[in-house]
Design a protein around this ligand. Structure first.
Ligand code: AP5
Ligand code: MG
Length: 210
């Protein structure tokens, strides 16, 4: 299974990618997590990405395309993968096609903007493994501690309400056109956001025939 998860910031891509990758035994490639790790480690890519990520703008296509091409060439991707947060622009999708990457499905999680702004205020993120929690919808077992790796959870800088609004505007202008791109290729499936994470997973599994 080669799956792309599309959807606005906060749609639940990371959360659902985690669940599906455990269930299907395939890796998730999250460009957001890769960029945040690079920023934390102060690598050249991280230094270049920082101002874009923190202000809610997209990192230049060539940076992201390079990262993903390298990552997809690794052994664990041979049997399939989930792309979370990439492609984000038509040029990124075209680069995947040019690289011979033939995906099975681009699945878009549809959520209204108002729900997103409210939801992001409750998100808590693991700075080490990238896992996403929510103070109400998906609380960690111990308050403030990552269930997966035990690190102290943080609030992402780009989850400030004004930055969330900028990220939503960027999504509608640059990423949403990918739905038409994949629909033209017969690869698009859409799922409506559900009130709980579990119910959204059930809709995704139905859409994917799992
Ligand atoms: P990235 O990290 O990809 O952020 P994003 O797309 O803005 O999405 P998020 O990670 O914020 O949300 P999500 O959909 O994963 O939701 P989550 O599962 O956490 O990118 C960050 C930045 O990096 C970009 O702005 C850009 O600068 C750069 N970047 C990354 N990729 C790039 C690319 N390809 N090109 C250029 N630049 C790139 O869920 C959100 C919250 O909601 C959680 O708290 C969760 O617990 C909760 N939740 C989820 N589902 C439900 C539900 N059904 N009901 C209730 N709560 C729910
Ligand atoms: Mg995410």
């Amino acid at each position: 299974m080669k799956l792309i998860l599309l959807g606005a910031p906060g749609a639940g891509k990371g959360t659902q990618a985690d669940i599906l990758s455990k269930k299907l035994g395939i890796s998730t490639i999250s460009t957001g997590n890769i960029l945040r790790a690079a920023m934390k480690n102060g690598t050249p890519v991280g230094l270049r990405a920082k101002e874009y990520v923190e202000s809610g703008k997209l990192v230049p296509d060539e940076v992201v395309i390079g990262i993903v091409q390298e990552r997809l060439a690794e052994k664990d991707c041979a049997g399939g993968y989930i792309l979370d947060g990439m492609p984000r622009t038509i040029p990124q999708a075209e680069a995947l096609e040019r690289g011979g990457i033939d995906i099975d499905c681009a699945l878009s999680i549809e959520v209204e903007d108002a729900v997103i702004v409210e939801r992001m205020s409750g998100r808590r993120t693991c700075p080490d493994c990238g896992a996403s929690f929510h103070i109400k919808a998906n609380p960690p077992k111990a308050e403030g501690i990552c269930d997966n790796c035990g690190a102290a959870l943080t609030i992402r800088r780009d989850d400030a309400p004004e930055t969330v609004r900028d990220r939503l505007a960027t999504y509608h202008a640059e990423t949403e056109p990918l739905k038409a791109f994949y629909a033209e290729r017969g690869k698009l499936k859409t799922v409506d956001n559900q009130p709980t994470i579990e119910a959204t997973t059930a809709e995704i599994e139905k859409a994917l025939g799992l």
